[in-house]
Design a protein around this ligand. Structure first.
Ligand code: FES
Length: 89
């Protein structure tokens, strides 16, 4: 399978209101970064994010993060294998 290029080479800001959010890790959600339960049966689980106040969080646009879908700064390092490139396949 050919690997598609991600839409961004760096982090993407995501504005979220205060509260508990479930972020998509499987790439199947029809609501982008927000989990809609489509991961059921995939072996993946969403990443819970608790915010005390409305915040801008940085999601990974390079496919290298080990904290996906959140950016962990690996976009600034030398090239590596994209861990979750299927997001853009
Ligand atoms: S955008 Fe920062 S680790 Fe991917």
């Amino acid at each position: 399978m050919a690997e598609s290029a991600p839409p961004s080479a760096g982090p993407i800001p995501l504005e979220l209101p205060a509260g508990v959010h479930q972020l998509c890790r499987c790439g199947r959600s029809r609501h982008g970064w927000i989990c809609d339960g489509a991961h059921l049966g995939s072996g993946w689980v969403s990443r819970e994010l608790r915010l005390d106040q409305a915040s801008s969080v940085m999601v990974c646009g390079c496919g290298l993060s080990h904290r996906y879908p959140l950016c962990d700064g690996r976009h600034a390092r030398s090239a590596g294998r994209r861990r979750w490139w299927r997001w853009w396949a």
